[in-house]
Design a protein around this ligand. Structure first.
Ligand SMILES: Nc1ncnc2c1ncn2[C@@H]1O[C@H](COP(=O)(O)OP(=O)(O)OP(=O)(O)O)[C@@H](O)[C@H]1O
Length: 237
């Protein structure tokens, strides 16, 4: 087993508010890890700390062997990221945005890879359209493409499916499962408990910044029936 994400007593304070409280977590290679929790429970704050977008108040996170506090750029070079409700730049076309990402990430066969993604996510017709003129779902397709185009061994995605129709959700879920089966690791935050139960290998439940549960989906099914039963019994307490 190889540890891809390891946090120790990770804490984030915003003034008097403790957004994330002493979270110690371990994610193994090949996991499809789901971070769950009610609104405002600290999921986005966790992802921001794991990707070096914000610094923890105390505690630390090691991502792919790198301490994200000391080398956030090193972490961001390796991983794929979709921040919460992030949109691509309005003034670039889809292809221009991917070229921009390709230059930063030094992807040699960018055009070939981009064409694969345009076809896979069914938005070839938007290749040369300005991002400001895309629907929300298509913007999410482009964000998904930029996160995976360099085939990162770890991707961290805040609410990956929320803007997709059911057909596209199905396609992306299958992609995630296959991607993890190849030995890559996915860390997603979501409110979709059924989806998490369907595709995740492991889940964690946060409430008010505190970790209430971590375990495999198998252990959830064996111990509690459905993820939703466990979730509701924990957060309603
Ligand atoms: N920059 C900030 N300054 C002050 N408080 C913040 C900031 N960012 C987040 N918070 C607060 O931290 C807490 C956790 O927020 P966070 O966005 O991490 O929750 P979340 O679980 O992602 O919520 P949701 O499911 O609604 O997206 C909330 O109370 C939020 O208001």
């Amino acid at each position: 087993m190889q540890e891809i994400i390891s946090t120790k007593n990770l804490t984030k304070l915003y003034g008097d508010l403790t957004a994330v409280n002493n979270v110690t977590l371990s994610v193994q290679k090949g996991s499809l890890f789901g971070l769950l929790g009610p609104n405002g429970s600290g999921k986005t704050t966790m992802i921001k700390m794991l990707t070096g977008q914000i610094s923890p108040s105390t505690g630390n996170a090691i991502i792919l062997g790198i301490d994200v506090n000391t080398d956030p750029i090193g972490v961001r070079k390796l991983v794929g990221i979709i921040p919460e409700q992030e949109s691509p730049p309005s003034f670039l076309t889809c292809m221009e945005y991917l070229e921009f990402i390709g230059n930063i990430r030094k992807i040699p066969d960018l055009e070939k890879r981009a064409d694969w993604w345009f076809e896979f996510l069914e938005f070839e017709d938007k290749k040369n359209v300005l991002c400001k003129d895309l629907s929300r779902g298509t913007r999410q397709k482009l964000m998904l493409t930029q996160a995976f185009i360099h085939e990162p061994e770890l991707a961290l995605i805040d609410e990956p499916l929320i803007n997709f129709d059911p057909i596209m959700q199905d396609k992306v879920k299958s992609f995630f499962v296959t991607y993890a089966q190849k030995g890559n690791t996915l860390f997603i935050s979501t409110h979709l408990l059924e989806t998490a139960e369907e595709i995740c290998s492991e889940v964690a439940i946060l409430q008010s910044g505190t970790l209430l549960f971590t375990g495999t989906i198998k252990s959830v099914r064996e111990g509690y029936g459905h993820l939703q039963d466990l979730f509701l019994s924990l957060v309603r307490r």
